[in-house]
Design a protein around this ligand. Sequence first.
Ligand SMILES: Nc1ncnc2c1ncn2[C@@H]1O[C@H](COP(=O)(O)OP(=O)(O)OP(=O)(O)O)[C@@H](O)[C@H]1O
Length: 331
Amino acid sequence: MLEVKQVSKLYENQRGVRSIDFSMSRGEIVGFLGPNGAGKTTTMRMITGYLNPTKGSILIDGLSMADHPRKARRKIGYLPETPPLYPELTISAYLKFVANLRDVPVRDQKQRVGEVIEKLGLQGREKQVIRSLSKGYKQRVGLAQAILHKPDLLIMDEPTSGLDPKQIIEIRQLIRDLGENHTVLLSTHILPEVNAICNRVLIINQGQIVLDEHPDQIGGAMGESFEVRLEVKGPKDDIVRELSGLPVIGSVKELERDQSMSESESVLLQVVSKDRSDIREALFYKMAERGYPILEMKKESLSLEDIFLKLTTDEKKVEQPDEEPEVEADA
Ligand SMILES: Nc1ncnc2c1ncn2[C@@H]1O[C@H](COP(=O)(O)OP(=O)(O)OP(=O)(O)O)[C@@H](O)[C@H]1O
């Protein structure tokens, strides 16, 4: 659906993005993460055809954005961070205006506007002027304008930014629903949002992609070892010695108990594998052999927050090949 091939965009100040390379298949909902200034908006504006890359190419459903900008753009719906709304228009007048702009055939416009109004839960507010809407409802109108021309690919820049918690839940649900019929790329600063909505995560730092993974698999992809939290009933010293003696175990450490845990005869441990293999069965058989009952065993994984911080606060500078800068030229 989307191919971003070795795309760079350098501004006069040498900032921007360098050699971005990724593709998206139909039906994916991809979360695009990065600290401030990492290059998310620059990348999204290139994908949507609002900004020309300095190098590289972008294909939308096989169509080159550089060679067929009009046709390629027709396949894209874009919700910028600040939706392009006209505050003095009513919702229905604004959506009709967008339908014209997006070349929706005149005979289909009324029906299509009705459909998106229903899909975005805007019924009953058609005649309300946009200025008088809450931020959450303005965002719904922003989403409505993005999907009006039935695009295959939806690009959203921080779609829940500035909304209250209830509005965030509603907009996330709408994005999940839209994901059933669209391929979605959304940027966000809110990491739990990625776990809540996306089936893939891209992390960008200093203009380069540093991670491209399924949210559940990023620990493994980063070469993290397998870690288990284990509570066992029995003598601590013997349990630690037996576990440490297993060839698959890298380290065993006693954990502090929180107040609520009252089991005094048990020991709470953090057990880490030597390599990345799953150590749970080995732990089970060893404790069973020694007759020490396991009261709790839980696989611990790095949170997206841990991974994000690890990848984006790394001391070492990202390698920056020499490239000619180019003055920004909006399409
Ligand atoms: N028009 C411009 N001229 C010069 N530099 C720019 C321009 N637009 C962006 N930049 C720089 O390019 C880098 C990437 O900016 P971009 O806006 O794409 O980041 P972002 O990841 O979207 O950030 P944020 O999360 O703060 O919106 C930043 O260092 C920014 O200062």
